[in-house]
Ligand binder design. Structure first.
Ligand SMILES: Cc1ncc(COP(=O)(O)O)c(C=O)c1O
Length: 438
């Protein structure tokens, strides 16, 4: 068998980068890490020339398709006519904020950032500056980027659900200061008891609750309308801010993100991913009274950065948001996502597998369990081993996805070209092999 090019690329990469990758989450093992040669539409080609239909979409930013010409053209125009960055304001700053405000009525004022992590840091700092309180609360199973204080998690991997004990809380890894733990409380999605208790324990010390209303990092498990409303009410009553982290859901699940679906609005919101169709752009914003804390005035919240609102990022955001606002791209995504969900449902039913889908068609989670999980602990009770085997078979057969059921299937506009008959046949074959391997 010829030596695959990916193997030699990995051997070389291992000599130069820890684990041979540019960031931790790309490491799938010395022999399984994927090297991509090119991406177009909803398709990837790896370094050995193998093609995949991609449902991973770089963890969600690709909303139209890879190398979308409309977006790329707008970026090139910015670069060639204005440059990449100048460290001064441009008219495009306000123009893009106005585009966002037209889609998201929860935003009065906004600031830009370069990544979801940076947007979350800005929102949390602003909430603390506004409330003059330090504690924050996060939801079990949520993810808010690689920023020390939100890098604590319930250790469900090592938790025995039948033990009657609470799971431990651990840091994501080494290097997270232990003292940052003291500033973070956990609640469980859709669990009224932990929610009420949070506001009893921290009635006047809680700066903010930050959550993904549809947990894009726990298989798209969604908050119920009643639970989210109760959270909104408790925040109001106790002077804490509600931060909705729409880094994955923003400009994807609806033009106005998850907040449009729920009709419940945050004090502060974070956006990234779909906002720029793969270009690195992010933002945080919200109520004017809160956002006006940000600034260089005495007592203001510090926010800034060399690359903030660079013209590559804003050129991409402007073009992407215009397409999402003016075309039926998101309707197409919903339609195709629903068709793909339906065909997968047929495959699972034919194989006799109990399954449930969570979240909206634009980013749905698959759970091998009879009922839709209500929170992260329910996810732990699903058949994750079968999902992994199924996912690896799909990858083998030319369908790219994350082999972990916590990562949803992302749909982009370009998926409308996928041959659904082919996909159903591949999914059927992959499930058969996954069951045999089990
Ligand atoms: C909900 C959420 N918030 C924040 C982040 C961090 O974003 P980034 O990777 O751009 O720093 C992510 C990344 O996946 C995310 O899903």
């Amino acid at each position: 068998m010829p030596i695959r090019r990916q193997s030699s690329l990995m051997a070389e990469a291992l000599r130069h980068m820890p684990q041979g990758v540019a960031e931790n989450y790309r490491y799938w093992g010395d022999d399984k890490t994927v090297f991509i040669e090119n991406a177009k539409g909803c398709r990837l080609t790896d370094s050995d020339g193998k093609e995949y239909v991609d449902f991973r979409l770089g963890y969600g930013p690709i909303i139209l398709g890879y190398r979308d010409e409309r977006v790329d053209r707008a970026v090139v125009e910015q670069i060639t006519q204005r440059g990449t960055l100048c460290g001064f304001s441009t008219a495009l700053d306000t123009a893009v904020v106005r585009q966002i405000k037209a889609l998201c009525p929860n935003i009065d004022k906004l600031r830009f950032a370069n990544s979801g992590t940076e947007a979350v840091m800005g929102a949390v700092r602003t909430a603390r500056g506004f409330t003059r309180r330090d504690h924050i609360a996060i939801v079990e199973g949520g993810f808010h980027g690689l920023y020390d204080e939100v890098m604590w998690k319930s250790d469900l991997e090592n938790w025995d659900p039948s033990s009657g004990l609470e799971p431990g809380v651990i840091a994501f890894g080494a290097g997270i200061p232990q003292r940052s733990r003291a500033l973070v409380d956990f609640i469980r999605l859709n669990d009224f008891d932990t929610l009420e208790q949070l506001f009893v324990n921290r009635c006047d010390t809680l700066a903010a609750v930050i959550l993904e209303p549809i947990i894009g990092n726990a298989g798209s498990i969604a908050a119920s309308q009643q639970w989210l409303q109760r959270l909104r009410d408790l925040c109001d009553r106790h002077g804490a801010l509600l931060i909705l982290d729409e880094v994955k859901t923003g400009f994807r699940v609806a033009k106005g993100g998850a907040q449009e679906l729920y009709g419940i609005h945050a004090d502060l919101s974070t956006y990234a991913k779909a906002m720029g169709n793969g270009y690195p752009v992010a933002a945080f914003g919200g109520r004017a009274e809160v956002m006006d804390m940000v600034g260089s005035h005495a007592g203001g919240v510090v926010h800034g950065g060399t690359y903030t609102a660079n013209l590559v990022a804003l050129g991409a955001a402007s073009a992407t948001l215009q397409i999402l606002a003016e075309t039926d791209a998101l309707q197409t995504i919903d339609r195709v996502g629903a068709q793909i969900r339906d065909l997968l449902g047929r495959v699972f039913s034919a194989a006799g597998i109990a399954h449930a889908f969570a979240g909206p068609p634009a980013m749905f989670g698959i759970h091998f369990t009879p009922c839709v999980p209500a929170n992260y602990r329910d996810w732990r009770l699903s058949n994750t081993a079968l999902y992994q085997r199924f996912a690896w078979q799909l990858i083998e057969n030319g369908v790219m996805l994350e082999p972990d059921s916590r990562e949803p299937w992302f749909i982009c506009e370009a998926h409308q070209d996928v041959d659904l008959g082919w996909l159903e046949e591949v999914a059927t074959r992959s499930m058969r092999c996954a069951l045999e391997a089990g």
